[in-house]
Design a protein around this ligand. Structure first.
Ligand SMILES: *Cc1c(COP(=O)(O)O)cnc(C)c1O
Length: 354
């Protein structure tokens, strides 16, 4: 046998999530954020499946990611590179027909010095204070562009996952003043969390990432947004641990009664966070079993007492999927679903299911 952790990637679930989000987006529909290897799901397979379903706008962070997406989708799709002209070369822009997102006056100056016929997008910072053109520079931008029309103008919410936050409305109002200075340019505002705000808060093309993969704060999930992957790992060994004995490094777990413990072949070297020690969970035969003891590099120990007859070497336990909700598992490790899926390592075999 040659068992290793595996992520079964449910392309049809990702497509179904995109369709659902595309339907609830306005006239401009939904794009797809496929940066970080499509949040760990595999950028080429995911982009190709979404392009076949009708998605025509893809977003990545780097030029090399854009190149991978371009090889997977047709030339009628737009691929935008969020991280600006430091993150994408002129050569990548040309050969893969990428659209750089210009984030500051440096980027805009550089664009101006190059081939001004090539398309570009503009990202305005309306309150995040992270990346994007500060509102104070809008006048200078218009002057430098001298009439050139962006393919897309965008902004990004800081607090979209808190629908009651004042900041959402403040950002949209600030963005409207910018939009008014670029008549006719397509706009894009909403990430996944923004999808659940009022429709007037998410004008234009939407930019869902985590929601496509079944995570995030959506009121539709779990249930209507389907998991993008099922992460599984094999049981390698099963042992009976008597009352009073400990499990794993640091003896951080001690059995209060006799327990059956399965040692499972996945660890922090694969992206199962060490902070899930004694707090995360796994499913065996549909039954939730606690992770006990420390997560180590290649192994984790699971209390399978409740499903002892199923706990055999070679049996698969689920760490993420329909029975082990991504965001719940992430919370148990003190983080978000984003970090879990993007952190899955190369030892995790990706198996694609149409
Ligand atoms: C990553 C990213 C997104 C997607 O965010 P989700 O929360 O995953 O939907 C959208 N817009 C920008 C600018 C991003 O960097």
């Amino acid at each position: 046998m040659s068992l290793r952790p595996r992520a079964r990637i449910h392309l049809s679930n990702i497509v179904s999530n995109w369709r659902r989000i595309n339907d609830m987006s306005g006239y401009d529909g939904a794009g797809a954020v496929v940066k970080a290897n499509a949040y760990g799901h595999g950028a080429s397979k995911v982009s190709s499946a979404l392009a076949k379903a009708g998605c025509r706008h893809f977003f990545v962070a780097y030029g090399f990611e854009g190149g991978e997406v371009r090889r997977a989708v047709g030339l009628d799709s737009h691929i935008y590179v969020f991280n600006g002209l430091q993150a994408v070369s002129q050569e990548e822009i040309r050969t893969s027909s990428l659209i750089p997102v210009l984030n500051n006056l440096n980027d805009i100056g550089e664009w101006k010095a190059g081939d001004q016929a090539s398309p570009f997008a503009l990202h305005f910072d309306t309150g995040m204070n992270r990346l994007g053109i500060p509102l104070a520079d809008v006048g200078a931008v218009i002057e430098i562009l001298s009439g050139a029309t962006p393919s897309l103008i965008m902004t990004h919410f800081a607090c979209a996952d808190e629908p009651a936050s004042e900041m959402n409305r403040e950002q949209i109002e600030a963005f409207r003043t910018v939009v008014a200075t670029f008549p006719g340019a397509p706009v894009s505002v909403s990430n996944s969390a923004g999808l659940w705000l009022e429709p007037d808060m998410r004008p234009g093309l939407t930019r869902p990432g985590i929601a496509l993969y079944g995570g995030g704060n959506s009121p539709l999930r779990p249930g209507n947004l389907l998991p993008g992957m099922t992460l599984e790992a094999p049981i390698l060994q099963v042992q009976q641990v008597p009352a009073g004995k400990s499990v794993g490094y640091g003896a951080s777990y001690r059995a209060s009664a006799a327990r059956t413990i399965a040692t499972v072949g996945i660890g922090y070297g694969d992206g199962l966070l060490r902070s899930a020690s004694n707090s995360g969970f796994a499913c065996l035969g549909g039954v939730r079993c606690p992770l006990v003891g420390r997560v180590s590099m290649d192994l984790v120990t699971v209390d399978v007492t409740a499903v002892e007859p199923l706990a055999k070497p070679g049996a698969w336990v689920e760490l993420l999927g329909a029975q082990t909700d991504l965001e719940e598992q992430a919370r148990a490790a003190g983080t978000l679903g984003y970090e879990l899926v993007t952190g899955l390592g190369t030892r995790v075999e990706r198996i694609y299911e149409e």
